[in-house]
Write a protein of this length. Structure first.
Length: 164
C-alpha cells in the first residue's frame, strides 16, 4: 500500500512586481494557510516518509511552514510548473510508502483527478485552490505501478475548511 499527499503551494505574494515567478514567496494569507494545513496533517497523522517539492520559493516556504519535522526532501526543478505526466514519472522513481508532493496548478490538480477512481465530493476539488491537499491511498507495492484511476481518496481539504 502506498499513500500520496498532493498539495498545491499556499497563496503567493504578488506585491513585488520585479520578482520572477520562481522567486515569489507566500503572502500573509498563504503563510496562515500553510500553518493550518500543517496542523491538519499532523492532527490526522498524515506524515510523509519523503517529500518531493518544486524548487520554487513558494513551494519551499509552504513546506517549511507545514512544520512536519525532519523528513528526507528533494527540491526538484522538474516539478516547477510540471505537467501531470512529469509529476507521475518523478514519483515512479521513488520508494517511500508515503510521499508528499508539493507543486503548482494546473498540473497538481490534473494529476489528482487522473489518479483517483472517484473524485471527492468536495466542491473545490476540481479548482484545487492554493494549499489544497489530497491524501490518497493506492493498492500498489511500488510507485512505478501507479496507474490512472487506481487511487482511493482518504481526505481532501482546503485552508478555508480549516480556518475561522
Amino acid at each position: 500500500m502506498k499513500r500520496l499527499i498532493l498539495m498545491r503551494h499556499a497563496k503567493s505574494d504578488w506585491s513585488d512586481l520585479n520578482a520572477s515567478d520562481h522567486a515569489r514567496t507566500l503572502n500573509q494569507r498563504g503563510q496562515r494557510s500553510a500553518d493550518a494545513m500543517g496542523n491538519w496533517l499532523r492532527e490526522h497523522d498524515f506524515l510523509p516518509d519523503q517529500v518531493l517539492c518544486s524548487d520554487a520559493a513558494r513551494t519551499r516556504e509552504t513546506l517549511s511552514r507545514l512544520s512536519l519535522g525532519e523528513i528526507p526532501t528533494a527540491f526538484m526543478r522538474e516539478l516547477y510548473l510540471a505537467e501531470p505526466d512529469v509529476m507521475a514519472a518523478t514519483l515512479h522513481a521513488h520508494s517511500a510508502d508515503c510521499v508528499l508532493m508539493i507543486g503548482h496548478n494546473p498540473g497538481i490538480a490534473m494529476l489528482a483527478d487522473q489518479l483517483l477512481a472517484n473524485a471527492p465530493a468536495h466542491p473545490q476539488f476540481y479548482s484545487y485552490p492554493t494549499c489544497a491537499t489530497l491524501v490518497a491511498d493506492f493498492d500498489i507495492s511500488r510507485w512505478d505501478a501507479l496507474r490512472h484511476g487506481c487511487g482511493q481518496v482518504v481526505e481532501f481539504s482546503v485552508p478555508r475548511d480549516l480556518m475561522d
